[in-house]
Write a protein that binds this ligand. Structure first.
Ligand SMILES: [Ca+2]
Ligand SMILES: [Ca+2]
Length: 155
């Protein structure tokens, strides 16, 4: 059994630094795509915020549309709030094919798509506290999404 574990001391305080070869969805990957770190968030120039660690339902404030990595609103989160905008490639936020639950606390309908650039199968995320704790067969499929300008775009 060739387990090679070097004796890395556990830091007593603060967030651990990214190690070479660590999770490619980590801080360095997000910074390389233009994000600035602010607290526990990587904030992109267009306003998209990606959590650096595990998020919770409470990390989706009023007016935000939030995509969670895990079912029941866990794992990392991508959140955004601007009406009439869209993300053509969730991979930019290291979030391609990862979404397993969502919350829409915005006053606008939103929609996600299996493929990039708003292609393939699509699902609605209804405005105002709409949520899905589990996506069933749609799990880990989302590759792009958009936010509309009203609460009837999906109906
Ligand atoms: Ca997932
Ligand atoms: Ca996909």
């Amino acid at each position: 059994m060739a387990v090679c574990v070097s004796a890395i001391p556990v830091s007593a305080a603060g967030a651990p630094q990214a190690k070479p070869g660590a999770d490619t969805s980590g801080i360095s990957a997000l910074k390389a795509r233009g994000a600035q770190v602010s607290g526990k968030w990587a904030v992109f120039p267009n306003g998209v915020e990606v959590s650096l660690g595990v998020a919770a339902y409470s990390d989706c404030p009023n007016n935000y549309v939030c995509l969670f990595e895990d079912p029941s609103w866990g794992g990392r989160i991508v959140r955004w709030y601007v009406a009439n905008t869209a993300i053509s490639d969730l991979g930019i936020y290291t979030f391609n094919d990862r979404m397993s639950s969502w919350v829409n606390n915005s006053p606008y309908d939103a929609r996600w798509f299996y493929n990039g650039s708003y292609g393939g199968t699509t699902r609605c995320m209804n405005a105002e506290s709409g949520s899905a704790a589990s996506l069933g067969g749609d799990d880990n499929e989302a590759s792009s999404f958009r936010i509309y300008t009203d609460a009837v775009a999906c109906t």
